[in-house]
Design a protein. Structure first.
Length: 402
């Protein structure tokens, strides 16, 4: 069987992702969520002409040589001046307070002298000075935050300023994770001969959690058909939207995951990708559940989750995938020639005096977790790439990016 190109595999996966669904959530629960409906202003901000500083509200035409303005009142935030500023008058005003009718400028208090209830100014204001006009920030009916935007503290503050108590966001999927392998034991277990500490689920859970409504860890399944089928059935019974298994995705005697998935009704779209690390990747569906069978080697599992599962999750949430394409950085060191398989090369992000650069990590072993722990990036090296010299711009995927 020929190996499936990476782009074809991603396209096949994205074609299986259901259209985003929407729900309404409170603003204080919306951090990190993706808008299904734009946030639209329902009022002007500020809703009145507001002072930009502490000072005096004046009629700019009154500021002539020898002027003395009679102080007639005060305007402060939440308690504006009820009257109007007439000829030869001024009102003490504070930042954020409504500018009284009749006034067309605010002069800061440092430029004012108050003597016996009369104010003299040392500067000549122009109309509009230090006034935030009504609707200066945003206007009623204006789209403030477009749909398909991932909310963050800054956009949430904007939504709150727009008087939105809740927002319409896309529904996040429920994700199940299952590790497989007789050799696996949980972290903290004294190792016996032939045993390996299970690490995949502890990396995949935080990798996928920002996209998920819930992540259920179904533990470790032994390389036994009955035991594996029981664990998988439990995951399907839990009605997870996405199931991710690790291990047993190849074709050895003990690699039984593919057969057991098929026996439980999973229809496989593909299972071998033209890439390294991570060639034995499975993908299929069971009803509305997307099923990813990742390799057991830790580097392969994390790389394939980054390259294939994260785009599916972004599509699930309604994000625009073209905004998450690889970006380009210059190489800090040369890369060697590549094989016929696309290489997702581990790399570090260097901050140099000349700017950012990608430093390739020479280790290519798919079980070498310490090199992945050092990596900030994946350099995307094309099939049969001849190798690139220092300074060449290369495509990179940031591992920590959403």
């Amino acid at each position: 069987m020929s190996l499936l190109p990476v782009e074809d595999a991603i396209a096949a996966i994205l074609a299986r992702v259901r259209p985003p669904r929407a729900e309404r959530v409170r603003l204080d629960q919306a951090d990190g969520r993706v808008l299904a409906q734009a946030v639209v202003a329902e009022h002007n901000q500020p809703p009145f002409n507001a002072s930009a500083m502490d000072g005096y509200a004046v009629r700019s035409g009154d500021i002539v040589p020898g002027h003395r303005l009679r102080l007639t009142g005060t305007s402060q935030a939440g308690a504006g001046f009820a009257g109007a500023v007439g000829a030869g008058e001024t009102v003490r005003i504070f930042t954020g307070a409504p500018v009284p009718d009749g006034a067309d400028a605010v002069v800061m208090q440092e430029d004012a002298s108050l003597v016996d209830g009369f104010v003299s100014l040392s500067s000549q204001p122009s109309p509009g000075r230090s006034i935030r006009p009504i609707g200066n920030d945003f206007k009623s009916g204006q789209v403030l935050i477009p749909s398909r935007t991932r909310l963050n503290p800054f956009t949430l503050a904007l939504a709150a300023a727009a008087n939105q108590a809740d927002v319409t966001v896309t529904v996040r999927p429920r994700i199940g994770i299952l590790a497989t392998g007789d050799e696996l034991v949980m972290p903290g277990t004294p190792l016996q001969p032939g045993q390996i500490v299970a690490s995949n689920s502890f990396g995949l859970t935080p990798l996928l959690a920002p996209y998920a409504g819930e992540i259920i860890d179904f533990g470790i399944a032994k390389d036994d058909r009955s035991a594996l089928a029981g664990k998988l059935q439990r995951a399907f019974d839990a009605e997870v939207d996405i199931l991710v298994t690790t291990g047993g995705a190849s074709v050895g005697e003990h690699d039984i995951v593919q057969d057991v998935l098929k026996s439980l009704g999973v229809e496989l779209d593909f299972w071998r990708i033209n890439m390294r690390p991570g060639k034995p990747l499975m993908f299929g569906t069971r009803g509305k559940t997307l099923v990813f069978g990742l390799p057991g080697n830790p580097v392969s599992a994390m790389v394939t989750a980054t390259v294939f599962i994260k785009p599916a999750l972004r599509r699930w949430l309604g994000l625009v995938e073209t905004e998450h394409r690889p970006f380009r950085l210059p190489l800090a060191e040369a890369t060697p020639p590549n094989t016929a398989r696309r290489h997702f090369m581990r790399a570090r992000l260097l901050r140099q005096a000349t700017g950012l650069a990608a430093l390739p990590i020479k280790e290519t072993d798919s079980g070498h977790t310490s090199s992945l722990g050092l990596a900030d990036l994946l350099i995307v090296q094309a099939e049969h790439d001849p190798g690139r010299s220092i300074g060449t711009l290369v495509d990179c995927i940031e591992l920590a990016a959403f």
